[in-house]
Design a binder for this molecule. Structure first.
Ligand code: AP5
Ligand code: MG
Length: 214
């Protein structure tokens, strides 16, 4: 099974991914995580991507699709993938179809994670991430057991470089202009389902179970 997670920045794609991994055992692929890893390693791709990410813009389609294709070739999972944050444009969606055809795969389901923008800004301001393992926390609703330290690997939690209010506003605008057309694109294919993530994190599991069973 291959599943896409579509949603505004901070809507909860990473949080939903963690739940889906435990429910379905699929392999998680986040283009945002891949870019952050390249930035941390100082690769040519990371150096180029950093400039776009810190401005709240999309990394160009060809660069992103090539990175994804290379990554899937290195993984070659037979059970399937959760695509978190890819595609974000119509050309990326078309590229994903071509890339998956190489593995005789298709998209089975697209989940649109929905939360209003005010709540997104509040959640992102409270987000802290682990630079070592990538785990994400909310300072009050999903707090680490020991303040400032990751529950999984004891890494020192940080704010993400693109989580300033100004960059979040730019990311929301980018979502409106470039990614929203994908809702219609996948609705027309009959693949889109909506997930309301405005409730507490504990509510998500039941919401996901319902969506996956219908
Ligand atoms: P990416 O890393 O994908 O960031 P994003 O889309 O902006 O989304 P986030 O990761 O910020 O949020 P999320 O939806 O995963 O929410 P989370 O679960 O963390 O991309 C970063 C950048 O890379 C892009 O801006 C772009 O420049 C570039 N890029 C990536 N992919 C690209 C592509 N395909 N093409 C071109 N460029 C690309 O939740 C947010 C917070 O809320 C957390 O603190 C979490 O704990 C909390 N939370 C979540 N759910 C709940 C809940 N139910 N209750 C309480 N708190 C909650
Ligand atoms: Mg994320």
């Amino acid at each position: 099974m291959n599943l896409i997670l579509l949603g505004a920045p901070g809507a909860g794609k990473g949080t939903v991914s963690a739940q889906l991994i435990s429910l379905l055992g699929l392999t998680h692929v986040s283009t945002g995580d891949l870019f952050r890893q390249s930035i941390a390693e100082g690769t040519p791709l990371g150096i180029e991507a950093k400039h776009y990410i810190e401005a709240g813009c999309l990394v160009p389609d060809t660069l992103t699709a090539n990175m994804l294709q290379e990554h899937l070739r290195s993984l070659s999972s037979s059970s399937g993938y959760i695509f978190d944050g890819f595609p974000r444009t119509i050309p990326q969606a078309e590229a994903l179809d071509r890339i998956l055809a190489e593995f005789n795969m298709d998209i089975d389901l697209v989940l649109l994670v929905e939360v209003d923008y005010e709540l997104i800004c509040e959640r992102i301001s409270q987000r802290r991430v682990c630079p070592l393992c990538g785990a994400s926390y909310h300072l009050t609703l999903n707090a680490p057991a020991r303040p400032g330290l990751c529950d999984h690997c004891a890494g020192e939690l940080q704010r993400r470089a693109d989580d300033s209010r100004e960059t979040v506003m730019a990311r929301l605008k980018t979502f409106e202009e470039n990614t929203k057309p994908l809702i219609q694109f996948y609705e027309a294919r009959g693949l889109l389902r909506r997930i309301d993530n405005s409730g507490p994190p504990e509510a998500l599991r039941e919401i996901l179970r319902k969506v996956l069973s219908t």
